[in-house]
Design a protein. Structure first.
Length: 458
């Protein structure tokens, strides 16, 4: 069995053509980045298994490592503590230039009527660190610096894998990162920033402090694993969430996923892609479900100028699900979740939200992927409107993004996408925090912009 695993992994590596993921991993294993990716950061099936295994190859991880390591301590045959001989760092940069064919659209007016906005052509830099402490212990970190001066530590994680039971059954992640609410990587998308659309409800309602959302990066712990012969995956997590001041940490979440067909969740055994020369292809259906409970403190501006800020304790409960259907190079992702917040507005009243997303893509070639993405955000405050007795009407924002992802060079990508948007009304904080611009007073659909996003890494 071990020999078969080595052959399968080696076949995928040799068949893959150059691209980029976190280059520190490419250096560690001496392989191209399409071993794990199509057009980064979108993950292929093997890349999803690598991520889910705590950034380790299926089988015996050390069999594939090509980078020199310094032995620190020998604890046993499978647990030799090591230090990478080279510092395992990588750098990346990305940004976006926006064009407004209609300068009178909501998006054009948000950019002061500019036809071309290149202020964020290079908007941020990323510093990644990734590697192994031993066969079963790994680490991953990411520091983000914006061109406007903000610095954010998005990820800083230690993964302790294969703690008890069969391989991949029980793993522990400690540190800072996103909460796992999907069987797939958080950025495993061609057109969006995240696969699962985020809904910062308190920000939509005008909060002045950070807004909790299911896609945020928080400090905590997560237990994960793969069961049922590699066809079921689970995640259970606890984290500190988002708070304006010091509070008890009580955010908890859970996720389960089931996959039919294609490569196993852990990449082990006989489950693998059918065509080694097209490692992104498989025929499979994956079903996901998750639940999340959060309690966060959030601030709003006072009712009038000069009033002190209003500090509220908001409790949110979320349930959702998703499906990914793959047929060769064609892939459809669809998901939906609903949120209920107890204190999501400055007056202390509650609110409900619904978020939905779809993304359809087709890999024409490893360097050309057309796609279309749809996102829907609904928000309904549970408060009286204008002194009346009825609940406020819900406001809705729909966004359609057709585009194409291109990889002209292994570590350089471009995404060209258009944004069409329709809104019925707008929340107090506007739609900007979910990527929208509409005021709800314009035509059914507005042609907001065409964006060219670029990214490179080394």
């Amino acid at each position: 069995m071990r020999a078969l695993q080595v052959v399968i992994a080696a076949t995928i590596i040799v068949a893959a053509s150059p691209a980029r993921a976190v280059p520190a991993f490419a250096r560690k294993y001496g392989t191209s980045c399409t071993t794990c990716h199509t057009i980064f950061p979108k993950l292929a099936p093997f890349g999803e298994a690598f991520r889910r295994n705590g950034f380790r190859f299926p089988g015996v991880d050390r069999d594939y490592i090509k980078q020199d390591a310094i032995t620190l301590r020998r604890s046993g045959a499978d647990e030799t503590a090591t230090l990478p001989a080279q510092v395992p760092l990588a750098l990346g940069f990305k940004g976006q230039t926006t064009f407004h064919p209609d300068k009178d659209s909501s998006g054009g007016r948000a950019d002061n009527g500019a036809a071309v906005n290149g202020a964020d052509a290079i908007a941020e830099g990323n510093l990644w660190g990734a590697g192994s402490f031993s066969e079963k212990a790994t680490f991953f970190a990411e520091l983000v610096v914006s061109s406007h001066g903000e610095v954010e530590l998005e990820n800083a994680q230690v993964h302790l894998n294969d703690l008890i039971g069969p391989a991949h059954a029980v793993n522990l992640r400690i540190g800072r990162g996103s909460s796992t609410v999907s069987s797939f990587g958080p950025h495993s998308t061609y057109l969006g920033d995240g696969l699962v659309v985020s809904t910062p409800v308190t920000a939509l309602n005008g909060a002045t402090s950070d807004s909790w959302n299911i896609g945020g990066h928080y400090n905590g712990v997560e237990v994960s694993g793969v069961l049922a012969a590699g066809r079921a995956a689970y995640n259970i997590g606890w984290n500190a969430g988002s708070n304006r001041d010091a509070r008890d940490s009580e955010d908890v979440y859970g996720h389960v996923g089931v996959k039919f067909g294609g490569m196993r969740f852990d990449g082990e055994g006989n489950g693998r892609t059918a065509n080694g020369e097209r490692p992104w292809e498989e025929t499979a259906i994956t079903l996901d479900a998750f639940a999340y409970h959060s309690r966060s403190s959030v601030s709003f501006a006072g009712a009038t100028d000069g009033d002190p800020e209003v500090l509220l304790q908001d409790t949110a409960n979320v349930v959702g699900g998703a499906i990914r259907a793959q047929w060769g190079s064609l892939e459809l992702n669809s998901g939906l979740y609903v949120e209920r917040h107890l204190h999501a507005q400055g007056d202390g009243t509650s609110a409900r939200a619904l978020a939905h997303y779809d993304e359809l893509s087709y890999v024409v070639a490893p360097w050309v992927v057309p796609a279309v993405r749809f996102e829907l955000t609904q928000l309904r405050p549970d408060q009286a409107c204008g002194g009346g007795g009825g609940a406020c009407p819900r406001v809705t924002d729909a966004r359609i993004m057709p585009g194409i992802a291109l990889l002209p060079y292994p570590n350089l990508k471009f995404v060209v996408a258009a944004l069409f948007e329709s809104a019925s009304g707008a929340p107090p904080g506007g739609w900007e925090s979910v990527g929208g611009f509409a005021t709800g007073a314009g035509p059914d659909f507005e042609f907001q912009n065409i964006s060219i996003t670029g990214a490179f890494a080394f």
